[in-house]
Ligand binder design. Structure first.
Ligand SMILES: [Zn+2]
Length: 203
């Protein structure tokens, strides 16, 4: 007995790509209709004005990023949040990832953390000589990424040293030193400072 009915030939069957394409069109036409105006904000970008169209005829906008950089973006890139910044948002998130998964147990991170604790936490026994004595950490260094960018990796057997032991924790006043260097600097400079104060106090 013969089977009646035609086997479907894949070559003549409706191609899957047509179906997919029509789905894609439906999706695109469902993009929310938002009228973009000057001054509108899309995450870190503020629209400055129209900037013609791209090669596909999509409307483009000149935008200013919160970081101060100007850039261009199409309407759909802004509305669909495909473009949220001039590009500066990405390194920021990369730095966050690094903090969460890469650097938190490294000597450099621990050094940064103890610097903050010495200056901020009165329960720490060293607080008396740091935070309690008026030593602060510059605002830039409240973020580990900035401290790391300025000071780099902590060299082996070295520690964070303030050049002026009465000064604050900031790039202009910090270097990596060996422990003996640091002890010498701290005591020597402190003694000199006291001496000069005593001399000034003399009538
Ligand atoms: Zn930016």
């Amino acid at each position: 007995m013969k089977v009646i009915g035609l086997p479907i030939k894949t070559s003549t069957a409706p191609s899957a790509s047509v179906v997919l394409k029509s789905c894609f069109h439906v999706e695109v036409s469902m993009m929310p209709r938002i009228v973009i105006k000057r001054g509108n904000r899309f995450t870190k970008l503020v629209v400055i004005g129209p900037r013609g169209a791209d090669i596909n005829g999509k409307r483009k906008w000149r935008c200013k990023c919160d970081c101060g950089t100007y850039c261009e973006a199409t309407s759909s890139a802004l509305v669909l949040k495909k473009k949220k910044s001039c590009g500066c948002l990405r390194p920021e998130s990369a730095a966050n990832r690094q903090r969460k998964h890469g650097m938190s147990l490294t000597p450099t991170y621990i050094t940064w953390q103890s610097m903050l604790t010495r200056c901020r936490n009165p329960k720490m026994k060293q607080y008396h000589d740091y935070g309690g004595a008026g030593v602060t950490v510059c605002t830039r260094w409240h973020q580990f990424e900035n401290f790391f960018a300025d000071m780099g990796l902590r060299p082996d057997k070295m520690s964070l040293d303030r050049i002026d032991p009465f000064g604050n924790y900031e790039l202009s006043n910090c270097k990596w030193s060996t422990r003996s260097e640091q002890a010498k600097n701290t005591r020597g400079a402190a003694a000199l400072k006291i001496l000069s104060k005593m001399q000034k106090a003399k009538p």
